[in-house]
Design a protein around this ligand. Sequence first.
Ligand code: DAH
Length: 352
Amino acid sequence: MSLLNEIEPLKQSALAELKAAPDPAALEQTKGAWIGPNGKFTALMKQLGTLPKEEKPAAGKLINAAKVELEAALVARREELELKAALPKEPTDFTLPGRRRPVGKLHPLTQVTDDIVRAFRKIGFVVADGPEIEDDYHCFDSLNTPADHPARDSQDTFYVGAPASPSPGGEGRGEGGTKPAKPYLLRTHTSSVQIRVMQSQPPPIRIIAPGRVYRRDNADATHNPTFHQIEGLYVDKGVTVSDLKGTVEFVFKELMGSDVKLRFRPHYFSYTEPSLEIDFTNALVKKLGKDWLEIAGCGMVHPQVFKNVGYDPEVWTGWAFGFGIERIAMLRYGINDIRLFYENDARFLKQF
Ligand code: DAH
C-alpha cells in the first residue's frame, strides 16, 4: 500500500482512539501513541522523504491536514473530559427547593422608631435631628437646669474634654487670654433638640426627634449606658394639656393597639410647668404582674425655656414629651432584658 493510501485509515484510527479516551491520562497516552515524537502518525510524516518527488506535495498536504484534524480532536476531547470532571457525580434533583439567601432585617429598635415616626407623621409632625455630642447649654442650661440644679445629678453623664480656646480681647478668665472650654458631653436626653429647633425657626413647631442618648448607668436588665429616646415638641397659640393627652393617646393606640390605657401623674421637670409622667398599661403589663408602667415624661413648655430661645411666652404655648424607645420595644415584643438589643446576636434579631 502506498503511503498516500495509508494516511486516511491511520487518521481514522487515531481519531477514534482520541475520541474514546476515557480520562485525561488515557488521552495523553493516546496523543503520545499517535502524534508524539515516536507516534504512529509522526512515523508516517518521517516517511515523506522516501516518496518519489511527484507524490510529495499531495502527500504532504494530506498529512498536514490530517495532523490539524487530530490536534483539534485532541483539544475537543480534553475539554469534554474537563467538563465531565466538573459536573456533579450525583444526578441533580430539580424538584428540590432552591437555596435561599437570608434576607437582612431592620433592628427591632429601628422598626419601633419607624412606627412611632409614622404615627406622628399622620398628624403633621416632622422629624428633627441634633448632635449626640452636645454642649451643656443645650443639654441643661437652656432647659432651665443650671449647673447647681439637683436635676442634673440624676443625669450625670460622660463629659468630653474640649481644648481651651484662646479668646481675643482678654475677656477670658484664665491667664494669657484663654477662657475655660465650653463643656461638651454625650447628650443625656433628646430634649436638647427642642432648643436647637426653636433657635433655628419661628413658631409654630410640630417636631419629633428620635435619637441615641447616654447616661452613666450600669447595665442591667432595664438600664444601659446608651439607649434611645424620642422627643416631641408642639408650639403654637392656645395649646393646652388636652392637646398633649390626645396626641400621646393617639400615638400609643397606633403603636400598641386599642386596649392601651394611659395615666397622667403630676411630676417635676425643670423645663415644663406643669410637668407630668405618663403611665401605660395593657394586657401584657398585667401579665407581667404590674398595674402600670412608667413610660414617658411630658408637660407644658416652661415660660423660661421660651424666653431662652427668644419666643414670647405671653404669645406662644406648647407641650413637650420624651420617652425611651427601648421600653416601648420591650413592651411590644415582650422582651425582658434591654441588653439583648445591643448584643447583635442574630438568633435574637431574626425574631422581629
Ligand atoms: N428629658 C426627660 C428624660 O430624659 C424626658 C422628658 C420629660 C422630656 C419632660 C420632655 C419633657 O420633653 O417635657 O427623662
